[in-house]
Ligand binder design. Structure first.
Ligand code: HEM
Ligand code: HEM
Length: 172
C-alpha cells in the first residue's frame, strides 16, 4: 500500500492534470479579446505550478521513503508495462509544468500565483527557445493525457476484471 501522503499527492495531481489539459487547449484557442482570458490563463498557470510543487514532493518521498514493490500476481509483461508507463508519467509530470513555467517566465506574462504572488525566473530566452518550450509543453501534456488514460484504464482492468489488489494500493 502507498503511504497516505503519497496517495494524496497521486490523486490531487491526477485531478489537476485531467482539468489542466482541456483548460489549456481551450484557453490557447480563445481570441485575445475574450472575457476572462487573463483570469483563465492565471488559474491554469497557478494550478500548474501547484502540480510542479506536488511532483517535487512526490519525487522526494519516492527517493527517501521508496514505493511498494509491484504485486507478485503481475505477469512479466504487466510489470514491465506498468513500470515503463509510471516512469514516463513521472518524467512528463516534471517536464510539462517546468516547460510552461520557464517559457512564461521568460517571454510574456510571468506567473502571479492566484493573482497574488509574483513568481518568475530571472532570465530572458530567445523567442525561438520560448516557442520550442511551449511546443514541448503542449505535446508533452497531450502524451501525458494519453498515457494517463491508458494507465487509468489498466488500473480499472485490474480492479474489475483481474480483481487483484492493484487499485486498492492507491485507494487505501
Ligand atoms: C501538469 C501541469 C500542466 C498541464 C497538464 C498543462 C497543459 C497545457 C495544455 C494542454 C496547453 C494547451 C497548449 C496549446 O494548445 O498550445 C497549455 C497551455 C499553456 N500552459 Fe500549461 N499545463 C500545465 C502547467 C503549466 C504551468 C506550470 C504553466 C506556467 C506557469 C503553464 C502555462 C501555460 C501557458 C502560458 C499556456 C498557453 C500557451 C499558448 O497560449 O500557446 N502551464 N497547458
Ligand atoms: C482515474 C485515474 C487514475 C487511476 C485509477 C490511477 C491508478 C493508479 C494506481 C492503482 C496506481 C498504483 C499502481 C501500483 O503500483 O500498484 C497508480 C500509480 C501511479 N500513477 Fe496513477 N491513476 C490515475 C491517474 C493518474 C494520472 C493522471 C497520473 C499522472 C499524470 C498518474 C500517475 C501515476 C504514477 C506515476 C504512478 C506510479 C507511482 C508513483 O507515483 O511513483 N496516475 N495509479
Amino acid at each position: 500500500m502507498y503511504s497516505f501522503p503519497y496517495r494524496l499527492l497521486h490523486w490531487l495531481t491526477a485531478l489537476l492534470v485531467f482539468i489542466l489539459i482541456p483548460v489549456g487547449l481551450y484557453m490557447a484557442d480563445l481570441p485575445d479579446n475574450a472575457a476572462n482570458k487573463g483570469l483563465i490563463y492565471e488559474m491554469h498557470k497557478s494550478f500548474g505550478f501547484i502540480v510542479l510543487i506536488m511532483v517535487a514532493m512526490r519525487v522526494f518521498l519516492r527517493v527517501t521513503k521508496g514505493v511498494p514493490k509491484p504485486l507478485v500476481t503481475l505477469t512479466r509483461f504487466e510489470r514491465f508495462a506498468s513500470n515503463a508507463v509510471h516512469y514516463m508519467l513521472l518524467v512528463l509530470l516534471i517536464i510539462v509544468p517546468w516547460a510552461g513555467f520557464i517559457a512564461t517566465s521568460a517571454c510574456c506574462a510571468p506567473l502571479k500565483l492566484f493573482s497574488l504572488i509574483p513568481i518568475g525566473l530571472p532570465f530572458d530566452l530567445a523567442d525561438k527557445t520560448v516557442e520550442l518550450l511551449f511546443k514541448l509543453h503542449k505535446f508533452g501534456a497531450l502524451l501525458m493525457g494519453f498515457l494517463a488514460l491508458s494507465h487509468a484504464g489498466a488500473a480499472l482492468f485490474h480492479h474489475f476484471v483481474k480483481k487483484d489488489g492493484v487499485l486498492k494500493r492507491m485507494l487505501g
